[in-house]
Design a protein around this ligand. Structure first.
Ligand SMILES: O=C(O)c1cc(=O)[nH]c(=O)n1[C@@H]1O[C@H](COP(=O)(O)O)[C@@H](O)[C@H]1O
Length: 237
């Protein structure tokens, strides 16, 4: 079955809230959901079991960033959870990235490993933040491209980036390299803590393989309608 291009970020605090959200959708619709730190730290692997029971595809977003040995050992465990995608920070460097890749392979019991994605620069970071706080003298796009190339050269399947950076990444490292893009809002919505924001249709036009959408759906008064609106907007791109 093909994966939905819309990944819903289940940024809820409890299993109960997350499952109540998922259970509003029809069982014939396969949802692609993201479980992040907020939910996983509280609920652990039981949330993954519950979501799989409901037929969801799962992106487990823990953004590992540690020394290579720790990342290798952690990825060995994450590889066995039956998830579809997992994240690291590309800023951890080539050895850490390679350790993540190798850990996933070392841990698999089925021969299948989750797709490994590397965060480039968070979509909450602006170019001013990059220069003035992180003291990186490159433009945002140059920095994202550098990290995408580092990730690609060390076995990663794709990156998390802003949609505006997708075209340059695909040109630099190839179109089969996945670009997963958060920082998505429907036209007119508040950007909140996101800095590099586009609409679903703009992300589609830029060539994003998947969009990650959280609050635009999960905090909407009518969540089903909001999801359909995101789908409709994506289809226009
Ligand atoms: O790795 C991510 O998913 C991620 C990377 C990034 O650069 N920016 C970003 O917003 N995210 C995640 O994408 C989701 C965006 O949520 P909303 O801003 O509510 O749509 C959150 O779960 C973030 O953790």
């Amino acid at each position: 079955m093909s994966m939905s291009p819309i990944i819903i970020a289940l940024d809820f605090q409890t299993c109960q809230e997350a499952l109540a959200f998922v259970d509003q959708f029809s069982t014939s619709q396969q949802l692609f959901v993201k479980v992040g730190m907020e939910l996983f730290y509280r609920e652990g692997t039981q949330i993954l079991t519950q979501l799989k029971r409901r037929g969801c595809q799962i992106f487990l977003d823990l953004k590992l960033h540690d020394i290579p040995n720790t990342v290798f050992q952690s990825m060995k465990i994450l590889s066995q959870l039956g998830i579809d995608m997992v994240t690291i920070h590309a800023a951890g460097g080539s050895k850490m990235i390679r350790a993540a890749h190798d850990g996933l392979i070392a841990g698999t019991t089925t021969g299948q490993t989750p797709k490994l994605l590397a965060v480039t620069q968070l979509t909450s970071i602006s170019e001013t933040d990059l220069h003035e706080e992180l003291h990186i003298g490159l433009s945002l796009e140059e920095s994202v491209l550098d990290l995408a190339k580092l990730a690609k050269n060390n076995g990663v399947d794709g990156v998390i980036c802003a949609a505006t950076e997708v075209n340059a990444i695909h040109q630099a490292v190839g179109r089969d390299f996945l670009c997963v893009t958060p920082g998505i809002r429907l036209p007119g919505q508040d950007h909140q803590d996101q800095k590099r924001v586009v609409s679903p249709s703009q992300a589609h036009t830029y060539g994003a393989n998947y969009i990650v959408v959280g609050r635009a759906i999960t905090k909407a008064p009518d969540k089903l309608t909001a999801f359909k609106e995101v789908q409709r907007n994506w289809d226009e791109g």
